[in-house]
Ligand binder design. Sequence first.
Ligand code: FCB
Length: 433
Amino acid sequence: MSDLVFPEGFLWGAATAAHQVEGDNTNSDWWAWERRPGTPCREPSGTACDHYGRFPEDIALLADLGLNTYRFSVEWARVEPSDGTFDPAAIDHYRRVVETARSHGLVPMVTLNHFTLPAWLADRGGWLAADAPRLFERYCRQVVGALGDAVDWYCTVNEPGVVAFGGYLGALGFPPGTRDVGSWRTAIGGLVEAHRRARAAVKELRPSARAGATHSMQEWEASAGGRPVIDYLRRMNEDAFLEASAEDDFIGVQTYTRVRLDVPAIAAPLVRAALAVPRIEALAVPWIVGRETRRAPAAVASDGVRATQMGYEFRPEAIAWTVARVARMYPGKDIVVTEHGVATADDTERVEFIAGGLASLHRLLGEGVPLRGYVHWSLLDNFEWARGYEMTFGLIGVDRATQRRTVRPSARMLGRVAATGRLAFPPKPAADA
Ligand code: FCB
């Protein structure tokens, strides 16, 4: 047993996203979606964690832990509440968030879009609207211009693959809830272009800032028969976006689990052929997605597999699999783990998850992979989209009745690793973590 040592200057952080923590994001597509009958949303976001008001306290907690980076998102629906009208008070709010982070010595890492859209754009079709990428660029210019030289790290679009798959193919119960392959492909195109335009805007206005998309990626594992399905999903959900990141300054990698697919080998040629025929693809893919999303969440991880609250396989080291894939795809390009975390009611599991993930990443650093940071999801227990508040991802617990914050042992453990650059491995029991 010896300490794993991480490089000097490594970014150690925790992340949030505006809609999930701020509260009362009333001008957004999600606000309306959470209230619309027939959507799969468990509950509305409401006041969330009141982070809009309590950000100074939350940022102070993050800094006190020993972390050096705060990743958060700017809410487009607040900054541009109606088409072409920018709210100076909202922009000023985010300037204060950035200043607060910096006053604690933290690196602010700003996400320009984390899932939500202004309601006025959603009314026009969201990412299906032909001018959505141009409108996104216009908003990004306002934000980047206003934050000026106070921000060095920009994440353009968060998990565009999840936005497209979750909302336009209806896979995760996200808005707008279309369920056809045509809409899915259109949304993918819009999101790719939005990312490209945002990156170009950041580089033009602030050339020394680092800009990149943050990608949802899975560790994939398939039997011979499952391979064509996995190849298909990986192409549509990951590669379409990773390819658009060739010019990015860094690749943000976000991985929560491993996805396994067991299909008899004999079915492989059939599946491959079916997915290559547009008319069959158009029928088969929404059908498969519909069937999968109706299954109980806990059934995602198959029998005998240790599962998280989300129903995902507990698989901390999946993050090294995806980071290694990006490193092979883009040798030498900087990589940042911009999300990695676990939904659990048992914080000792979170300690184990963080330690397991970091140990797997440490091996890659030893192989020369240019990994620049690790940002944990999430700083706070928060609104987990259609799954509501039951999923507890926080390093810090939040009692929503009182808005009281409770710093968990996992937060102290990660903070200690950050402050010392060392991970004792195997980790100490949570009691003294
Ligand atoms: C990611 C999202 C983030 C959060 C985590 C659990 O897909 O980026 O907002 O929901 O999953």
